[in-house]
Design a protein around this ligand. Sequence first.
Ligand code: ARG
Length: 258
Amino acid sequence: MKKIFAFVLAALFCLSGIAFAEAKPELHMGTNANFPPYEYHEYVDDVDMVVGIDAEIAAAVAEYMGYDLVIDEMEFGALITAVSTGKIDFAMAGMTVTDERKESVNFSDTYATGIQVIIVKEGSAITSVDDLFAEGANTIVGVQESTTGDLYCTWDIEDEGLGTVDRYKNGADAVQALVTGKVDCVVIDNEPAKAFVAANTGLVILDTEYAVEDYAAAFAKENTELLDKFNEALKALTEDGTIPAIIEKYIPAEEAAE
Ligand code: ARG
């Protein structure tokens, strides 16, 4: 009996040893998962998961670097502070590289392009970006708080006295405000715009560009070691086709050309 017990104990020790050897350090990515196709919730085998281009690229990069990826969700406007205070290791959220953000964080190499577009109701009097800047138009623009769409519209429209900016917690809420007539248009990134328009009837994306931007991951200023490793992984996984395949899965090329 004693022998069996000793054997079981020894076996347990071995198992825990293996488990210990295989446990990788965690890498915490912050995001705001209401931004399809970059990050959004989806049930995978009955489990509520954060999926999307950023989630999958981050998982591949983390694996390449020898980490287990953990996704921490928060408001978009909280991400930069979470990065700079070390609450998370990096942020990936379809985040645009801007000079203001660069004062607080370092950005990785860019992995995607975003375009700020305008969503309106079918038949809207707004037909181009210029209509938003028209004197006396008094447009009410819906945006996601703290995004570049918010910043640009605040500077170009609200600060100029040309209209109002209504800020929502996420893009879906801004689009809902458009559907119910609370705002006249929504300024948001093109790929989420396509997803939101597809999910609602009676909305269209105007064939006009407010701004063209680069997306990158954000790191704490002092954590250049992780940033360098991340860029190395991004490069290798782009060259071996992993990242292009992830992007193609969510944004098929023929659709992107439309
Ligand atoms: N590209 C825009 C920005 O950086 C919007 C990003 C919003 N991302 C999100 N996951 N909600 O401000």
